[in-house]
Design a protein around this ligand. Structure first.
Ligand SMILES: Nc1nc(=O)[nH]c2c1ncn2[C@H]1C[C@H](O)[C@@H](COP(=O)(O)OP(=O)(O)O)O1
Length: 229
């Protein structure tokens, strides 16, 4: 009898075939046949977007946008919107799908302008990152953008219609679809927690992890060092 430990891990896992199970305008469902590390053939149910462009491995971008203004704390520019798959509103980074011919940086600046009205400057971009790999091949690049809030065009930001479907509104208007929320960077986790207490809203995991990281960055270094045993 063979020892399972001897055969385990000897195969490089790989996809064998992908079969379409169902398709819509925006997403499709596939049956993915793959070989696992033990050499067994298995299947997986995989969701894919139908909209990914040829020139990119990323479906879309998320935008970490920092609004910088004289005599104000730096603020994160966030968006709140109703998300049909969740049946509730979410707190997210501004985001959007990459259009044909666009780089991640171009998409980030376009989507930021459309969703929030702000004109930004790209200061960093991540590699292609996965979003929910147990369900989907969906990928994103996170783009870090600074916004000069002292610039005239950013003093009274005006959102713009994006493509054919998103209707945008000013954060004080009625009938809105995308609401802009500014949160101070140095208190972001507390402010998100306050928001979650106050209203029925789901926070995007990327946003909450960012907020936890900021809390660590802002507060831990100021704590008194403690002797470790
Ligand atoms: N899964 C989807 N189902 C839809 O019915 N429509 C969808 C899906 N994904 C995207 N879209 C539509 C809705 C918007 O008009 C655009 C995407 O907008 P974009 O701004 O690029 O991205 P998000 O802000 O992240 O929605 O496509």
């Amino acid at each position: 009898m063979s020892n399972p430990e001897e055969t385990k891990g000897t195969t490089t896992p790989h996809v064998v075939k992908e079969e379409l199970m169902a398709s819509g305008n925006w997403v499709k469902l596939e049956k993915t046949t793959y070989m696992d590390p033990a050499g067994n053939t298995r299947t997986w149910e995989t969701v894919k977007r139908t909209t990914r462009q040829k020139n990119t491995e990323a479906d879309g971008v998320g935008i970490i946008a920092v609004l910088k203004r004289t005599l104000h704390k730096d603020c994160m520019v966030m968006v709140k919107q109703f998300r049909p798959p969740l049946g509730c509103c979410t707190l997210e980074f501004p985001a959007g799908l990459i259009d044909e011919g666009e780089t991640a940086e171009m998409t980030a600046l376009r989507e930021l302008k459309e969703e929030t009205g702000y004109r930004g400057e790209v200061v960093g971009v991540t590699p292609v990152t996965c979003l929910d790999p147990g369900l989907s091949n969906c990928t994103t690049q996170i783009v870090l953008v600074n916004i000069n809030g002292d610039d005239g065009e950013n003093m009274h930001p005006t959102q713009e219609l994006a493509g054919d479907l998103i209707l945008l509104f000013s954060s004080t208007g009625d009938g809105e679809f995308v609401e802009v929320i500014l949160l101070p960077l140095d208190e972001i986790q507390t402010k998100i927690n306050d928001l979650l207490q106050k209203e029925k809203i789901m926070v995007d995991s990327k946003v909450y992890i960012f907020a936890m990281g900021m809390a660590q960055a802002f507060f831990k270094p100021r704590e008194l060092p403690v002797l470790k045993q």
